[in-house]
Design a protein around this ligand. Structure first.
Ligand code: NAI
Ligand SMILES: NCC(=O)COP(=O)(O)O
Length: 333
């Protein structure tokens, strides 16, 4: 039996609590436990005029839970630090957000839950509170003590993974090293095989510079770093195409038959993915000791408490995590 999935709704002032409650109202076949303030969820349910019964659960209960009926939600209660109104950020609740993550990570590491599905956090309010945080991806990597992880977003017909994640653009070129490329591609390749059923993954690798450097006339990172790294990995029988110009690789001529695109930085790959699938895409952290998926959207403070937030991405994140858990269960059975 698949253990429950932990859901962290993320920033309490954002739409994370809304979409979790909206899904609980609709019901479903997947057993989830919200790692969140029960008081916050109860109040937001009132604002949204959703009739939801919250059942507080402890870790000892997790093994006995099955999917809650429509209108019900299991909650592992983690109190807010201060009152929260929809749409109004408070730095005082930043440590609450990290506490929900820490509790979920602890449960995933101890296999009390099958994985973690995260709602959106507001990165800058966490930083304003004096807490170092660039994103879940890096936070999870450090919490799990693994050397490297890979951010991959997926929607119907397209997977985009990134070499670098939350980094100022000026720091990107120096972060693309042979070691980083090797590690990213190894993690991506293994995950495509193990979790996504691609027996011989074919990966399209973008260049960094316009036109993939135009033979060195528009930048030398392709010649000095990317091409040598890809050649070494190809010698290990990995099917890697590139470096391809990022502006032309996102078309059927290249994408048909490919299993993933590897982009060099956040805003090279993700705008294309989100243009294709915003609202139905999932963000997956590859290389962790447990499953972690997330929504494709941010905190959307403008929509919090209005009932207009779309639940599509949370549904995709949940079903992806559940499918990954089923694959892993079968593989290790
Ligand atoms: N997984 C995570 O934790 C993520 C967090 N963020 C954070 O979110 C904050 C706000 O970021 P933005 O760039 O404004 O992106 P955003 O996704 O919050 O909002 C962009 C636009 O999309 C709309 N939107 C977002 N989610 C929606 C949904 N479920 N249904 C309907 N409309 C939706 C918003 O109303 C807004 O107009 C930032 O602090 C950012 O760091 C952003 C992306 C992912
Ligand atoms: N654009 C994706 C994003 O910013 C989410 O990052 P993370 O919090 O999942 O690391």
């Amino acid at each position: 039996m698949i253990r429950p999935l932990a859901i962290t709704p993320g920033e309490p002032a954002g739409i994370g609590p809304d979409v979790v409650l909206q899904l609980a109202h609709a019901g479903g076949d997947i057993c989830v436990v919200a790692f969140a303030s029960a008081e916050l969820l109860a109040r937001r349910a009132e604002v949204l005029q959703l009739n939801i019964t919250l059942t507080l659960v402890s870790i000892e209960d997790f093994a006995t839970l099955s999917a809650a009926k429509p209108g019900n939600l299991y909650v592992y209660d983690i109190p807010l630090k201060t009152h929260c109104n929809a749409g109004e950020l408070s730095a005082l609740n930043a440590s609450y957000v990290l506490e929900t993550l820490d509790a979920a990570i602890d449960c995933a590491q101890n296999q009390h839950v099958a994985g973690i599905v995260t709602g959106p956090v507001h990165k800058s309010i966490i930083n304003d509170a004096g807490l170092p945080f660039t994103g879940h991806t890096e936070y999870l990597r450090d919490a799990c003590g693994v050397e490297d992880v890979v951010m991959m977003l997926a929607t119907e017909g397209l997977r985009v993974a990134l070499v670098t994640t939350h980094l100022p653009l000026a720091e990107v070129p120096s972060a693309i090293t042979p070691t980083k490329l090797h590690s990213t591609i190894a993690i991506l390749y293994a995950a495509l095989q193990q979790d996504f059923g691609c027996s011989q993954p074919k990966i399209l690798v973008s260049g960094l510079n316009p036109h993939a450097g135009e033979d060195g006339h528009l930048g030398r990172e392709e010649i000095d770093t990317i091409i040598p790294a890809l050649e070494k990995l190809r010698a290990m029988k990995l099917n890697l195409i590139g470096p391809l110009p990022a502006d032309t690789l996102f078309q059927p001529h290249y994408l048909d038959g490919a299993d993933a695109v590897l982009a060099m930085y956040h805003d090279q790959g993700l705008p294309v993915l989100k243009y294709k699938g915003f609202g139905n895409a999932v963000n997956i952290t590859l290389g962790l000791p447990f499953i972690r998926t997330s929504v494709d959207h941010g905190t959307a403070l403008d929509l919090a408490g209005t009932g207009h937030a779309n639940t599509g991405s949370l549904t995709t994140a949940l079903t992806t995590a559940y499918t990954m858990a089923m694959h892993r269960e079968k593989r290790y059975a």
